[in-house]
Design a protein around this ligand. Structure first.
Ligand SMILES: [Zn+2]
Ligand SMILES: [Zn+2]
Length: 147
């Protein structure tokens, strides 16, 4: 499969590159591609980003997303839960492959995700925190009443 030809950044050690290739090979059901940043494209594509310090962890996290794909999400609270689940999945992979798991880095990632969600939920007209209904739609407790 073309997955074994995956070009990985030269800044990684040989050990790290082999580890990623090994993990990739154990998941023939998934597609792995290089891209501009680490991401997961449902249902089965894991995008591998450019080099950065926590490369292996981010790789495991996106793979974690792919492995817990059964969960669908509509609201942002659910998305936050999925983020945590993907990290839990990443932790399992790290333990299995003896990849150092950095709790602080993971908490930072979750914090920035939380901040992003918080900023997103703010009403642009009045600044109040909006709420989200099950279909993913945001509503402002003030503006929706006066509209
Ligand atoms: Zn994620
Ligand atoms: Zn408003």
């Amino acid at each position: 499969m073309k997955q074994t030809e995956l070009q990985l950044p030269t800044q990684l050690s040989t050990h790290e590159r082999n580890l990623i290739k090994k993990i990739v090979q154990t998941h023939p059901e998934l597609t792995f591609r290089r891209g501009k940043r680490f991401a997961f494209r449902p249902p089965t594509t894991v995008i591998i980003g450019p080099f950065e310090p926590n490369y292996l962890l981010l790789f495991c996290h996106e793979l974690g997303h792919a492995l817990c794909m059964k969960h669908s999400f509509a609201t942002d609270i659910e998305r936050l839960k999925i983020e945590r689940l993907a990290w839990e999945e990443a932790k399992k992979i790290c333990i299995q492959y003896l990849i150092p798991y950095d709790e602080d880095f993971v908490e930072d990632q979750l914090d920035s995700y939380r901040d992003w969600l918080h900023a997103k939920s703010k009403c642009k007209k009045c600044g109040l925190t909006r709420y989200q209904t099950k279909n993913g739609q945001y509503h402002c407790p003030y503006c929706d009443l006066t509209a």
